[in-house]
Design a protein around this ligand. Structure first.
Ligand SMILES: NC(=O)C1=CN([C@@H]2O[C@H](COP(=O)(O)OP(=O)(O)OC[C@H]3O[C@@H](n4cnc5c(N)ncnc54)[C@H](OP(=O)(O)O)[C@@H]3O)[C@@H](O)[C@H]2O)C=CC1
Ligand SMILES: O=C(O)[C@@H]1CCC=N1
Length: 267
């Protein structure tokens, strides 16, 4: 069977996307080829997902779609392997920071779409932003939306916003995971067994996100609703403000954005 989806780099994000695409039957495993240097990782991916694997990036060049899922730092090395690329292959890059302009210098005539998904892809709850390059036609965009709608929500943005997207929703799962961990630690400090604290923390974050999403309430209004006069919540809120919680989160997203810009300049 011919290869429809070639993936270069079989790491964390490739697996997060692949697992969902196969579960949703967007691709048959026979039609997927992953190029990955580590033999142990190849064997793992082949055994778990029944996909084709290789260590030779050149084997992927005739795929209908190529998902570039390597680190931005190895793009130059990988581009040398793709000199025989078919000009009809749709290139989808999830590389943080790397601009379309740079990708179009490498893959001269190919349609290229810059995409920033996130790891909740594994459970179909990703947030993905996409920006199209100059050779992209409507059928390329439809194909890309079809792929990324299968792993969660999709938004089309101007490329100039992609580094900011990367700082927020690309890196965001790590920040939220730290918040969940810290909430659970707080519960443990207050005497809860960890086995109880973690599910409480998790459901609190999940439920709050659902509440804000479903009702459309502003986050500040929800905070006010929870905060009884002279009560427990305002005592906690005062501590968060004293410790610079909101500022820390803002600065985290901004630092991730700046790093995305920097990675693009180095690519
Ligand atoms: N992790 C995330 O949450 C997100 C990541 N991204 C982007 O996705 C990309 C991949 O990130 P992530 O999955 O976290 O990284 P990983 O390091 O987990 O995956 C990259 C994979 O590429 C392999 N690789 C290295 N060199 C080559 C090569 N020359 N040819 C083919 N494969 C190679 C690596 O192998 P080895 O380990 O042996 O080096 C590794 O398995 C990055 O560009 C990142 O910016 C985008 C959104 C979210
Ligand atoms: O940390 C990184 O560079 C990648 C990009 C977005 C999430 N992870």
């Amino acid at each position: 069977m011919s290869i429809k989806l070639g993936i270069i780099g079989g790491g964390v994000m490739a697996e997060a996307i692949l697992s969902r695409l196969l579960a949703q039957q967007i691709y048959d495993p026979n039609t997927v080829l992953i190029s990955e240097p580590q033999q142990q990782r190849q064997e793992f991916l082949q055994a778990k997902y029944q996909v084709n694997v290789t260590s030779d990036n050149r084997s992927v060049t005739q795929s209908e779609v190529i998902l570039l899922a390597i680190k931005p730092q190895v793009l130059s090395t990988v581009s040398g392997d793709l000199s025989e690329l078919s000009s009809t292959t749709l290139m989808i890059s999830i590389l943080a920071g790397v601009p379309l302009k740079r990708l179009e210098e490498i893959f001269l005539n190919n349609p290229i779409i810059r995409v920033m998904p996130n790891t909740p892809a594994t459970v179909g709850a990703a947030m993905t932003a996409i920006a199209s390059g100059k050779h992209v036609q409507s059928h390329h965009l439809s194909l890309t939306k079809n792929i990324f709608c299968a792993i969660g929500e999709v938004v089309e943005v101007s490329e100039s916003l992609m580094d900011a997207v990367t700082g927020l929703s690309g890196s965001g799962p790590a920040f939220v995971a730290m918040m969940i961990e810290a909430l659970a630690d707080g519960g443990v400090a207050a005497g809860l067994p960890r086995a109880i604290a973690l599910p409480l923390a998790l459901q609190t974050v999940l439920g709050t996100a659902q509440l804000i999403q479903t009702t459309g309430i502003h986050p500040a209004q929800l905070k006010d609703q929870v905060t009884s006069p002279g009560g427990t919540t305002i005592a906690g809120v005062a501590q968060l403000e004293k410790q610079g919680f909101r500022s820390a989160v803002i600065e985290a997203v901004y630092a991730a954005y700046k790093r995305s810009v920097e990675l693009g300049q180095k690519s």
